[in-house]
Design a protein around this ligand. Structure first.
Ligand code: ADP
Ligand code: ADP
Ligand code: MG
Length: 472
């Protein structure tokens, strides 16, 4: 039985995992760099250990982290998302050192982390994929020939990519030639590997992904889909479960397809199979993420299933607690990634001190945050400082609840994406429940909201005006 878990991550996801541990009577161990001394996950875990002064490398040193897990008496390790979560080396070292890795084995992580291997495995299993390369592109000449065969527009994608980086759309040969070296350079910088491949670009698709759970006995189920079409530069901003754009028949089809995909690669633990849905309602496999996902909260909210607790049970060798027919969902859930960014300034990160923070509350509201009043957001990490998840019985209801909760949520000191999301909630296209991945790009005017002054600044401005008027 797992009794103590090392959480190999930081921020809101580390806090999320600590909470699951606490509810299961499992001890949690946090790790932190110097820059994260005052981070919330350090305060919430049962124990916390400093892993050095380098703000990023600390969280990427698999040997160090597993040594620490052993020394602290942990029997398992949860990788969260980002950092080492999709690095097969961590899973492998854990196995060697007798630490249960809360995720799949190294072979499946390596196979799915390589988007070409993943595509080829899916094609072999009869899962529909968009036309594309069957290997890495050797040079720009091969890219040009393949694009001619597939037909423009095409996508150049980093083979080992993630987090929406290293992806470029090419509308014609000129753009392909211009983008080829750029994608290689992005892939080398972001992922340490220069490999790129090509896929047909699905024009104005919906991003539909399916959450799956698979145990070590070979059973697999799905927990329905999430609609992550509201994206900026291939990065998700708002996620919804279930998708307001699917019929029940499409839902059943895609759920079963995801389970088939998971079984085809002998998947174990929680995972997500991502698909694109084109304008003619064809689904295509895009990639599989072999980890807990940022937006798992919307699935938890509609199904009532705690995905992190399920991950821990599966890693402990237990069979799935639910049959497919026992998994139900109710209503709609919507999650907003609250990023410390300035939408009016090209979504430039806005790091610094949170001078005041009031969490939203009331019916149907969940907050997963990494911040508190007085917290200084370090500049080294992701700009996401909280996730707001809301639930309501129907689609209009969840929009209104989201709008209300966003206005309840007050963050002073840094700019956030909150006012931008409020504009999206008002937009008729979004409200109609029919939108695709080009929504954000095709509505640049949504950043033109009026800036609301924090009341404290307003009060100071009024006093100053009165003082000036009275000549004090
Ligand atoms: P999700 O896939 O869970 O919806 P993201 O794609 O936004 O979420 O990824 C979550 C975090 O993990 C982000 O900080 C992102 O930069 C990071 N990340 C995702 N994939 C990779 C990768 N292959 N390499 C490095 N970081 C990654
Ligand atoms: P990552 O690993 O960075 O999450 P994905 O392969 O999941 O990369 O793609 C991220 C996003 O890029 C998708 O959600 C989608 O909006 C867009 N995208 C990727 N491939 C295609 C494609 N072939 N056609 C159209 N859009 C795509
Ligand atoms: Mg993806």
């Amino acid at each position: 039985m797992i009794k103590k878990i090392l959480v190999a991550n930081r921020g809101e996801i580390a806090v999320r995992i600590v909470r699951a541990c606490s509810e299961m009577g499992i001890k949690s161990v946090a790790i932190y760099t110097d820059a994260d001394r005052h981070a919330l996950h350090v305060k919430k875990a049962d124990e916390a250990y400093n892993i050095g002064s380098d703000p990023v490398q600390g969280y990427l040193n698999a040997h160090n982290i597993v040594n620490l897990a052993v020394a602290a008496g942990c029997d398992a390790l949860h990788p969260g998302y980002g950092f080492l979560s999709e690095n097969p080396v961590l899973s492998e070292i854990c196995a060697k050192r007798g630490i249960k890795f809360i995720g799949p084995g190294p072979e499946v992580i390596a196979q799915m982390g390589d988007k070409i291997q993943a595509r080829n495995a899916m094609i072999a299993a009869g899962i529909p994929c968009v036309p594309g390369s069957d290997g890495n592109l050797a040079d720009v000449e091969e890219a040009r020939k393949l694009a001619g065969k597939i037909g423009y527009p095409v996508m150049l994608k980093a083979t080992n990519g993630g987090g929406g980086r290293g992806i470029r759309r090419c509308n014609d040969e000129k753009e392909l030639l211009a983008n080829y070296e750029r994608v290689i350079s992005e892939a080398s910088k972001a992922f340490g590997k220069p490999e790129v491949f090509m896929e047909k670009c699905v024009v104005n698709p919906r991003h539909i992904e399916v959450q799956i759970l698979a145990d070590s006995q070979g059973s697999a189920i799905h927990l329905f889909e999430r609609d992550c079409s509201i994206q900026r530069r291939n990065q998700k901003l708002i996620e919804i479960a279930p998708s307001p754009q699917l019929t029940q028949a499409q839902r059943d089809y895609i759920g079963n397809l995801a389970v088939k995909a998971a079984k085809a690669v002998g998947y174990e633990n929680a995972g997500t199979v991502e698909f694109l849905l084109d304008q003619d309602n064809n689904f295509y496999f895009m990639e599989m993420n072999t980890r807990l996902q940022v937006e798992h909260t919307v699935t938890e909210t509609i199904t009532g299933i705690d995905i992190v607790q399920e991950q821990i049970r599966i890693a402990d060798g237990m069979p799935l607690q639910y049959k497919q027919s026992e998994v139900q969902f109710r209503g709609f859930a919507m999650e907003y990634r609250i990023n410390a960014e300035d939408p009016k300034n090209g979504f430039l990160p806005s790091f610094g001190k949170i001078t005041r923070y009031y969490a939203p509350g009331g019916p149907g509201v969940r907050i997963d945050a990494a911040m508190y009043s007085g917290y200084v957001i370090p500049p080294y990490y992701d700009s996401m400082c909280a996730k707001l998840t809301v639930w309501a019985l129907d689609w209009p209801g969840v929009i209104e609840r989201g709008r209300r909760a966003l206005s309840d949520m007050v963050v002073y000191g840094v700019k956030t994406t909150i006012p931008y999301y409020q504009e999206i909630m008002k937009h008729p296209e979004f409200r109609s429940g029919r939108f695709n991945t080009s929504f954000v790009e095709s509505h640049p005017e949504l950043v033109n909201y009026a800036i609301q002054f924090p009341p404290e600044l307003m009060a100071a401005a009024i006093s100053a005006a009165i003082a000036a008027h009275e000549g004090i």
